[in-house]
Design a protein around this ligand. Structure first.
Ligand SMILES: [Zn+2]
Length: 280
């Protein structure tokens, strides 16, 4: 898949609301400019990426950064937290717990890409300091921003960030476009349940954690892909197939052109753990 299938860079998705979209389904960020400050959504993984987000913000406003939101605990979304201090970091309560407890394993995953190590060595664990359980509303000037948690899905700390006035939804890694989803912490059936709830939100523009900015149809695609993966993998599980044999008969049809097809192995492994009830 070529990199120009979707628009990248800083995209104004509504007045004063921006998506920061990376190539090749790398991690996205976003920011909202209010009258007296800026809310940033995800700090990305490295000093240089966090710097790119800061530059993108400074290209449109001199206003101070008032809040940083973490969509969930994965390092590619939040290892840049320290570069947005002293703004409060707002997240689900589990994000603070997961980021702290799984910090080393989280870090180790990204250090496999050895070219990133010099940058990752500069990362200091920087935890969310304002947390919530079910939902939270933040007023940024006259812009209402609703944060909401639905339960275990892609991780145990995924939240949505919804702007009802603009019908814009930032969904972190709950929904990704142009790529298979990442599953190191995913619970496939619970994730599908969460997607049914997120589908009810009245949003026209949806900014995913990875891939291009989309709308209802891209969101439906990412939901359909999860359901299809579940159907395909569950069939093998119910037939008593080993994971290895199950993977061979997984057919995701039109989605086989998406990036990161090599994730089917981990998705199958995590799905098997979910079906057997061993996944906590
Ligand atoms: Zn993630």
């Amino acid at each position: 898949m070529s990199t120009n299938l979707y628009k990248t860079g800083t995209i104004e998705v509504a007045e004063n609301v921006y998506a920061f979209i990376q190539e090749n389904c790398a991690t996205n960020s976003g920011f909202i400019v209010g009258e007296e400050g800026v809310m940033v959504i995800d700090s990305l993984m490295t000093p240089s990426l966090a710097g790119q987000v800061r530059t993108a913000i400074r290209n449109v406003t001199k206003a101070p950064i008032r809040y940083l939101i973490n969509t969930h605990f994965h390092g590619d979304h939040v290892f840049g937290n320290q570069y947005f201090q002293p703004a409060p970091i707002v997240a689900h309560h589990n994000c603070r717990i997961e980021l702290e407890e799984k910090f080393d394993a989280n870090m180790e995953r990204y250090r496999q890409r050895t070219e990133l190590i010099p940058e990752l060595d500069q990362i200091k664990m920087t935890l969310p300091d304002v947390t919530f359980h079910d939902s939270m509303t933040i007023m940024l000037g006259d812009k209402e921003i609703q944060l909401k948690y639905y339960g275990r899905a892609h991780s145990n700390s995924d939240i949505t960030i919804y702007l009802p006035g603009d019908k814009i939804l930032f969904i972190g890694d709950l929904g990704v476009n142009h790529t298979l989803p990442a599953f190191p912490d995913g619970h496939i059936t619970k994730w599908i349940d969460v997607m049914q709830e997120v589908a009810l939100i009245d949003a026209d523009t949806i900014v995913p954690g990875h891939g291009g900015v989309g709308g209802r149809s891209e969101f439906e695609d990412s939901k359909t892909l999860l359901e299809l993966l579940h159907t395909e993998i569950k069939r093998g599980y119910d037939q008593g197939l080993s994971e290895e044999d199950s993977i061979k008969q997984v057919n995701i049809g039109e989605f086989s052109k998406f990036l990161n097809q090599d994730r089917i192995g981990l998705i199958t492994n995590m799905a098997y753990q979910a079906y057997s009830g061993t996944l906590k």
